[in-house]
Design a binder for this molecule. Sequence first.
Ligand code: ASP
Length: 416
Amino acid sequence: MSQISLNTQILLGALIGIVAGFVFADLGMESGITQSGLYVAQLAGNLFIDLLRMVLIPLVFTSIVVGVASLRAHRQINRVWQLTLSYFFVTMAIAVILGLAAGHIFRPGEGLQITLFQDAMQAFQATQLSLADFFAQFLRSLFQNPIAALAQGNVLAVVIFALLLGIALVIGGDRYRNILLLLQEFLEVILMLVGWIMRLAPLGIMALLLQLVATQDVQLLSTLIKFVAVVLGATLLHGLVVLPLILYCTTGMSPRRFWSGAREALITAAATSSSAATLPVTLRCVEQHLHVKRDIAGFVIPVGATMNMDGTALYEAVAALFVANLIGIELTLVQQLIVFLTAMLAAIGAPGIPSAGMVTMVVVLQSVGLPVEAIAILIPVDRILDTFRTMVNVEGDMVGSLVVQQWINSAPQNDD
Ligand code: ASP
């Protein structure tokens, strides 16, 4: 097995997991073999995610501080964050527009009987979260006592603190050389741990995908097949055409070269449905396989994993149109503009964890007066959709790091 590259082992693990999942689904949930198999798969899968989460916070913290501090001059830091945020904004806007267009063309939800879902909707306890509350909550979560944020695993607050610390180290210059050296060494050690965890990735991914395939509710999927197909189609269009095109036009990198370098991260994203849990793998892929410099990757990837979610933004837009169609409401142009803006906000505010987009969906539905209870209809099919949107979320971050690196390299280097 050690003769086969890790990349190939992960691919094999994923394929075996999917096939085994179908076999277990075929045997049925009552079978003793399925139950034992799922028990082992669940345990192994969760342990793999726990290991990734274990290194997540120290990795985010050190990679951002070291990344930012290595951007030698203030001008360069400014350029990197401006370009990064512009890239995030533009690609998420494209994703939402794609979602709205797909929703308009295919009109998922039309013709479906809302009575089919009445029970689920009544049983659903809707959380009320107005746009203003959501916005305030988001802003208030940015600045936290760093020790609490590190301990609670609040990635966004850790990102902000690390950014500020990195900037302070740049401004302080040589005076704080020792702190920077210490953090650089710490980052190297954490990356060594990530390397060890990655050796278990083929098994972890096999277990997670087995579980995903074996526990799908096929009946529900077929009821909502049109919605699922529209979301998947638009998500794949964004992931397979739009993002590779942006990458090719800005850097000249072929999609094939990108896929082979990004594969480990994409498969991990599919298996974990979490951009945050995938982050250690994403960083490894862009630095080792796609050759993004550590200072750029260390900034773009962790910030992207928490803020840049093309797949989620697209999903929120299609889901809002689906709910409107289901209850027979035609959204006005202004309402669609509100969906456009709130879908982007909801994606930015969603943490990189499984089904986070479902929670922030409340904001989008409420902003245009759609019933929040409709989320009850979407939850049962979310696991499968989350798989694909998380892949596209992670892909967007990787493409972003390559694009930003290209822009930085091609800009005049007159740093002060
Ligand atoms: N699971 C997604 C992610 O981690 C977030 C979402 O639910 O849309 O990127």
